[in-house]
Design a protein around this ligand. Sequence first.
Ligand code: AP5
Length: 213
Amino acid sequence: MILILLGAPGVGKGTQGVLISKEYNIPQISTGDILRKEVKEQTELGKKAKAYMDKGELVPDDIIIDMMEKRIKQEDCKNGFILDGFPRTTAQAKAFDEMLQKNGLNLDKVLLIDVPEEEIISRLTGRRVCESCGAVYHIKYNPPKEDGVCDKCGGKLIQRDDDKEEVVRNRLEVYKKSTMPLIYYYKNSGKLVVVDGMGEIEEIFERVKEVLK
Ligand code: AP5
């Protein structure tokens, strides 16, 4: 199964991606997570990406396309994968179509998770992530058992630099300008399904499973 999770920042792509990955036993590939790892390790790619990410701007297409071309060829992708955060521009979507064609693969579905803007801001400003394992929490909606400590590995929970309100607002503008056109791109291919992203995490996952049946 090859799946794209589409939607504005903070709609729950990562949260649902983890659940889908467990249920169907295929990897979730988050471009944001890959880039944050590169930034942390201060690689050449990470140094280039950081300046864009801190402002909430998109990292240039050529860097992302090259990175994803290598990633989907890895062994763990042979039974399919879930894309979280890619493609994000029309150029990336076209490049991904070419990657699929070149490798004889077929895209199954594009799930567009839909959440109103004010809810997004509250989800992102309250998000906390584990600096060791990357697990995602929310101070109100999905809190850890112990304040500031990851349930899974005991790591420290931190706020992402780009989750400050002014950066979040810019990310939403960038989404509207650069990524929203993909809704029409995939609608035209007949692969787009809209999933209501409001409600409990488990409830939304039930909706997702229904669509993937
Ligand atoms: P990336 O990491 O991809 O960020 P994003 O798309 O902005 O998405 P988020 O991770 O912020 O949100 P999400 O939808 O995964 O929500 P989550 O599940 O965490 O990208 C970061 C940056 O990297 C970009 O700005 C760009 O610079 C660069 N980049 C990445 N990909 C790129 C590309 N392809 N091209 C160019 N540049 C790229 O949920 C959010 C919060 O809500 C959490 O706290 C969660 O616990 C909570 N929550 C989830 N579901 C619910 C619910 N149902 N009810 C209440 N709370 C909920």
